[in-house]
Design a protein around this ligand. Structure first.
Ligand code: NAP
Ligand code: HSE
Length: 429
């Protein structure tokens, strides 16, 4: 069976997908029984060199969206518009759609899936989360019998690459970010990565699947890695932790807590050895217990692998009936979101504290009054009368109590500047 494919975008991912279709069509046919034929690829700038024949390149969207030879439209331009409008147009025209656009799905997933169902089509999105990792497949099929209790992931390859370079190779933040951009890991606007927004988009997509809920990224408390200091990565290591940007969705009663922030995890945690552009996702289910999914989370070929899996599923005729029937995709409920301030977790604090009698008493007094119990305290020897870093880890405490304490600590005469506050996650059996 021959299936015509049109791609919107020929950048890092679109270029990779186009190359594989052109160079490995025979191999793909042997594995799937369908012959993919690349018909047209849309770009903005037709004068730029591309890894595919110029005859396939166009700058006219209608050459893909209205082309009768194209059965599957693959959206790989990114961003909200015109990607959203073009996906809806392709569905209306009876095309099956594949996308890697987590930003769009995190904002308008419900509406786009409803349009797909209305037009008896599908929108496949495996590549939107975790690069090459088949996490959408795991949540919609492999773990279907489970009530999902939590999804905890390293979901951004760029941030994980930067943190790994800073921690293991003592590289500066800016240099590591430039390398991640050069390797094709970063978004067109890398602020999306380092601000934590890309992780929150992916968490919205995965949490919606995990809980059968309509979760938009706007409800996710999101912090990134841009403000992290080398010194905290070093202290974390001294204390037996590594710092990762985590995306966390945890069921709490009838609600769910959703957050993205840098977190310290102990060396023994399964996510602690996930380095470079790799991603990993730990899912806790009521029947399976914990399962962990690991692989390259960004870059041309790892992402192309997931996009091609979706193209083949759609081409083989599996995706449309699956899409029409699957309640996790098309019968999503509202779910209460528990704010970060009401989440209990452990904490790391670094306070610039005046080395003089009574300082620790004053600081621990603030924490004690806010019902925060200290787990460890570390301070290197220094010159009396100077401000020195005082590192405190706590037992589980309410997040809001810790942020209130931060404000009180800042007011103390023996504390200089704003304390550093990171969360610790070590509840892995
Ligand atoms: P990219 O390298 O910036 O490529 C985007 C492509 O889209 C370019 O070819 C660009 O054309 C084209 N394009 C953008 N706006 C257009 C418009 N208005 N009209 C026509 N063409 C347009 O992006 P990417 O890294 O491949 O990412 C594509 C999508 O995959 C995004 O949704 C991204 O979030 C997602 N994704 C990326 C990765 C990754 O590792 N990079 C991994 C997973 C998911 P020109 O070349 O002419 O500028
Ligand atoms: N910019 C994203 C990342 C691409 O670094 O993870 C993969 O979605």
């Amino acid at each position: 069976m021959k299936i015509g494919v049109g791609i919107l975008g020929c950048g890092t991912v679109g270029g990779g997908v186009a190359q594989v279709i052109l160079e490995q069509a025979e191999h793909l046919e042997k594995r799937s029984g369908v012959r993919l034929e690349l018909k047209k690829v849309l770009v903005r700038d037709t004068s730029r060199p591309r890894p595919i024949p110029a005859s396939l390149i166009t700058s006219r969207p209608e050459d893909v969206l209205e082309n009768p030879d194209i059965d599957i439209v693959v959206e790989l331009i990114g961003g909200l518009e015109p990607a959203g409008e073009w996906i809806l147009r392709a569905l209306k025209n009876g095309r099956r759609v594949v996308t890697a656009n987590k930003y769009l799905l995190a904002q308008r997933g419900g509406e786009i899936f409803a349009a797909a169902a209305r037009h008896q089509s599908c929108v496949c999105f495996e590549a939107s989360c975790g690069g090459a990792i088949p996490i959408v497949l795991a949540l919609t099929r492999g773990l279907l019998a489970n009530e999902i209790r939590s999804v905890v992931g390293i979901l951004n390859g760029t941030c994980n690459y930067i943190l790994t370079q800073m921690t293991q190779n003592k590289k500066a933040y800016a240099a590591a970010l430039a390398e991640a951009q050069h390797a094709g890991y970063a978004e067109a606007d890398p602020h999306m990565d380092v601000s934590g927004l890309d992780s929150s988009h992916k968490l919205a997509v995965l949490a919606s699947l995990a809980f059968g809920a309509d979760i938009k990224s706007s409800v996710i408390d999101t912090r990134g890695i841009a403000g992290l200091h080398d010194v905290d990565l070093r202290y974390a290591q001294e204390l037996g932790y590594v710092c990762k940007l985590l995306a966390i969705a945890q069921r709490q009663g009838a609600g769910v807590s959703l957050r993205v922030h840098p977190a310290l995890i102990p060396f023994s945690h399964p996510l602690s050895n996930v380095n470079g552009s790799y991603n990993a996702i730990s899912v806790d289910g009521s029947v399976a217990g914990r399962t962990v999914y690991y692989g390259r989370g960004a870059g041309a070929m790892p992402t192309a692998s997931a996009v091609l899996a979706d193209i083949l599923e759609a081409a083989m005729g599996n995706a449309v009936p699956m899409f029409a029937r699957h309640p996790l995709l098309n019968h999503r409920r509202e779910m209460e979101v528990i704010p970060l301030k009401d989440v209990n977790t452990r904490h790391y604090l670094r306070i610039a504290a005046l080395d003089r009698p009574g300082t620790i008493h004053e600081i621990t007094g603030v924490l004690g009054r806010n019902n925060i119990s200290i787990s460890a305290v570390a301070q290197h020897e220094s010159k009396a009368g100077t401000y020195v870093p005082l590192v405190i880890t706590t037992h589980e405490a309410r997040d809001g109590s810790v942020t209130d304490s931060m404000r009180e600590l800042e007011q103390l005469e023996c504390v200089h500047g704003e304390p550093v506050h990171l969360r610790i996650l070590d509840d892995y059996e």
